[in-house]
Write a protein that binds this ligand. Structure first.
Ligand SMILES: Cc1cc2nc3c(=O)[nH]c(=O)nc-3n(C[C@H](O)[C@H](O)[C@H](O)COP(=O)(O)O)c2cc1C
Length: 201
């Protein structure tokens, strides 16, 4: 097992989503001591925003790219090589304004590349990140699990399937901003989710 842990908070210190990702990775390492771990913290090392310049770089044929454009594409290539090189992806995902952090969206935009991590065929889209599992930890100030306001769970189900990752487990730490007791209870629930997730590994 080789684990890629993505810390997706906007915060470098004190992030609950990072604490949750550490909890997931800690359990994985405990049950698979041989596992290797790579941690990518998107607050400490932000990735390129998918803006007009980045799109221009991606759509310019390699031999015609400027040095600046080549550097942008090299960053995309490195992030994709990183996810390709790992079999277990752990995501520590904060809920911000009913969605994900912009840092995490930037990373998803970087690693979702046509013909590389997915492609369209006559039968529809085909994900190209094969033989991987994902454990997605959601850290939330409030309580949204199982409600319509949980936009994150369907988003990750759709995106992970789109890029070919079908073995997906979700872990929820909720109510984290609702007082100390609720915060503790939120992480305790996550621990239970994790126990069920790991039972199937
Ligand atoms: C800008 C911002 C927006 C937030 N929006 C929500 C929200 O829509 N729903 C929610 O349950 N919690 C919300 N929270 C609380 C976070 O989910 C909470 O702080 C949680 O710990 C994850 O963030 P962290 O990993 O940065 O700590 C928000 C926090 C911030 C800073």
């Amino acid at each position: 097992m080789n684990i890629l842990q993505i810390n997706a908070s906007a915060r470098r210190e004190g992030a609950n989503s990072t604490k949750l990702a550490d909890q997931i990775t800690g359990r994985l390492k405990a049950s698979h001591p041989e596992a290797t771990l790579t941690v990518r913290d998107l607050a400490t090392t932000p990735v390129t925003v998918l803006d007009e310049a980045a799109l221009g770089a991606l759509f310019t044929p390699a031999e015609q790219r400027s040095a600046e454009q080549a550097a942008v594409v090299a960053e995309y290539d490195a992030l994709i090589a990183e996810i390709q090189a790992h079999d277990t992806i752990v995501l520590g995902v904060p809920m911000y304004n009913f969605g994900i952090s912009s840092q995490l969206k930037d990373w998803i935009d970087n690693v979702s590349l046509n013909q590389v991590t997915f492609r369209y065929t006559a039968n529809g889209p085909e994900g190209l990140l094969k033989n991987k599992r994902a454990l997605v930890g959601f850290a939330r100030g409030g309580l949204y699990r199982g409600t319509e306001a949980d936009t994150q769970t369907p988003y990750f189900k759709a995106w992970l399937k789109f890029v070919g990752i079908e073995d997906v487990q979700f872990v929820y730490a909720e109510g984290l901003n609702m007082g100390d007791e609720a915060n503790k209870a939120g992480f305790a629930t996550a621990e239970q989710d994790l126990a069920s997730a790991l039972a199937s590994l």
